[in-house]
Ligand binder design. Structure first.
Ligand code: IPM
Ligand code: MN
Length: 383
């Protein structure tokens, strides 16, 4: 048997524990069925509940504890709900969500991958028939940029207050995220050709390629990082003549995500731009209920990667068994793919989970079902 993969399960707040419960049931089913070398440990933190009891969202040595794992499976952080309980224990967003950013930074999870593919059965928000061809991968720079949290408030609370919020872009992080984007484009083209569903993209000089990377910046206004990104993109693209290149300003990218999202393949964006674009991309692929996400450190095998759906804690429906676990389960499938890089059985389990969730979605298009009911149906398929 392969070396055991260890997962830290952190359900978090709101609907997090509900959707994570279904993910764990699927993992149990898969482990039993395929005799997988997988084990997991559940942590009550980070969460509001932990903060209420201990005055902090997670213990001081949380990252040290998590570092012993190969992956972190996180439900959601934020307002725990229910919204109609005015007495519920609430924290400012910047505090309750800080553990997410602490993990991304602490484990140098420098890639945030958010695929957006409109799968059969998912809600199609765009009327255009071509929406069924939406299949993009947004790659968000996840280690710096607008999210470095440097700055401060001067003369706080006075009419002369000054707030500064620094953005930091390093050439090293720029190069690595752009190169990662090109590698993913190549890999996706390879997978598509195996599955006999090729796509074609035109280059500026009139050639046709099987994949594309679109770089997003705001270089017309934010020129320093925008120019550095553009130069790095141009240089690195020469190593990938088989991949078509494209650039969009972020505002135009928002427009084109709605106007012709099927024209995108891989999209590379900064931390903040990627954050904003992926809420939009999630809706294009059927909504927050189906949108997976992962925070990866592809370079250091000692650092755990973190898997969390794009959605938040959904306090409006928390505790009612109404949350759609599909996004969490697609995210779990992605985690198994990741862990499966060193264990083919786990890789196969990831594919089986993806197929089961996709088949369930296709068969139950538009049906009103509860969290548990969807989890049950998918576990039955897996067993
Ligand atoms: C996300 C979330 C987080 C982010 C928040 C909760 C800090 O919106 O994962 O997309 O902005 O990165
Ligand atoms: Mn977001």
């Amino acid at each position: 048997m392969a070396q055991k993969s260890r997962i830290a399960v952190t359900p978090g707040d709101g609907i997090g524990p509900e959707v994570v419960a279904e993910a764990v049931r699927c993992l149990e089913t898969l482990r039993a069925r395929h005799n997988l070398a997988l084990e997991w440990t559940r942590f009550p933190w980070p969460s509001h509940a932990w903060h209420e009891e201990h005055g902090e969202s997670m213990p001081e040595d949380a990252l040290d504890q998590l570092k012993a794992f190969d992956a972190i499976l996180l439900g959601a952080l934020g307002d725990p709900g229910p919204l109609d309980d005015p007495q519920r224990y609430l924290l400012p967003d910047s505090i309750s969500l800080a553990p997410l950013l602490d993990m991304r930074k602490g484990f140098d999870q420098w890639v945030c991958e958010r695929p957006a593919r409109l799968l059969p059965g998912a809600r199609q928000y765009l009327a255009d028939k071509r929406a069924k061809d939406i299949d993009m991968l947004v790659i968000r720079e996840n280690s710096e940029g607008e999210y470095v949290s440097q700055g401060g408030r001067l003369r706080k609370g006075t009419p002369d207050e000054v707030a500064t919020q620094m953005e930091v872009f390093t050439r090293r992080a720029t190069d690595r995220i752009i190169r990662y984007g090109f590698e993913q484009a190549r890999q996706r083209a390879g997978e598509r050709s195996q599955q006999d569903r090729p796509r074609q993209f035109r280059t500026l000089d009139g050639r046709t390629c099987n994949s594309q990377v679109c770089l997003v910046t705001k270089r017309n206004a934010l020129r320093y990082w925008g120019d550095m990104y553009s130069e790095a993109f141009e240089q690195i693209s020469r190593e990938y003549p088989d991949v078509a290149t494209h650039h969009e300003l972020v505002d135009a990218a928002c427009m084109k995500f709605v106007q012709s999202p099927w024209a995108f393949d891989v999209v590379v964006a900064s931390n903040l731009h990627g954050d904003i674009l992926t809420d939009l991309a999630a809706v294009l692929s059927g909504g927050m209920g189906v949108a997976p996400s992962c925070n990866l450190n592809p370079t250091d095998p000692d650092m755990p990667s973190m898997f969390e759906p794009t959605h938040g804690s959904a306090p409006d429906i928390a505790g009612q068994g109404l949350a759609d676990p599909t996004a969490m389960l697609f995210t779990t499938a992605r985690m198994l793919d990741w862990l499966g890089r060193r264990d083919p059985a786990v890789d196969a389990a990831g594919k089986a989970l993806f197929e089961a969730v996709a088949a369930d979605l296709a068969e139950n298009a538009g049906a009103q079902r509860g969290t548990r009911e969807i989890g049950d149906a998918i576990c039955r398929r897996l067993a």
